[in-house]
Design a protein around this ligand. Structure first.
Ligand code: ZN
Length: 240
């Protein structure tokens, strides 16, 4: 821990790569652990990964929103010590940017500015027909209905990357460039078993890779330091 602290203090080019584990302390569970959805009409049970796919969104939009609103939206969630520590590092001019797989917007709420959201954000929503933009409140206010555009009555879609959809190339390229040029790369709260996470972390060329995760990851052997335990505790201690 002390050695890692020293590495952090001395660097002005730290990049953070985070996954679902970064937000669990804020009360946002990994959606993969959520119960699926029983679809009464078809008598079928859908897994979260099925529901959060483009095909399902287009064919069962009401059921998609039922799951999405109850399992994916946490409008009361607050940034935790992990988010706050990272925002502080950026204010000090040490952290260059955050690459996140999360869609909750908590890094920005904590004060972070350079945040690359690989999977989009629940805070941004748009009309599929006229592209008008809507805040999260519009989705929340739609109650049991599918949220519709005020201007053209088109369907509103969250700006979240669903399964079967491709990632935003521009965001991906910015993330790749940030990680390639990083002096210190902190990876936290991600199993590193899915793309693009694993591929992006492999782009790191330095020798200060720090992995913070409760469970082992397939890239632990590449890490220069591996810290277990709670991400909020670890980052808070590293930064303060
Ligand atoms: Zn519209």
């Amino acid at each position: 821990m002390e050695e890692v602290q020293k590495v952090i203090v001395e660097s002005s080019n730290i990049v953070f790569f985070g996954g679902a584990g970064t937000s669990t302390e804020s009360g946002i569970p990994d959606f993969r652990s959520a119960d699926g959805l029983y679809h009464a009409g078809s008598g079928q049970q859908y897994a979260p990964e099925q529901i959060l796919s483009r095909d399902f969104f287009m064919s069962h939009m009401a059921a998609f929103y039922t799951f999405y609103k109850t399992k994916m939206l946490y409008p009361e969630a607050k940034p935790n010590r992990a988010h706050l520590a990272l925002a502080e590092l950026e204010r000090r001019g040490q952290l260059r940017g955050i690459v996140t797989q999360n869609i909750d917007g908590l890094h920005q709420l904590a004060g972070s500015r350079n945040v690359l959201e690989l999977h989009g954000s629940v805070l941004r929503n748009y009309c599929m027909s006229c592209k008008a933009e809507y805040p999260l409140e519009t989705i929340m206010a739609s109650a049991d209905d599918i949220p519709r555009c005020e201007k053209c009555q088109g369907f509103i879609k969250p700006d979240v990357v669903l399964y079967q959809e491709s990632l935003d190339m521009e965001v991906l390229e910015q993330a790749a460039s940030l990680i390639t040029q990083a002096d210190v790369l902190i990876v936290a709260g991600t199993s590193l078993t899915v793309q693009p996470a694993a591929g992006l972390v492999r782009l790191y060329e330095g020798n200060r890779l720090i992995i913070i995760n409760r469970d082992p990851t397939p890239m632990d052997h590449l890490a220069n330091a591996r810290l277990g335990g709670n991400i909020g505790d670890v980052l808070h201690e590293l930064v303060n």
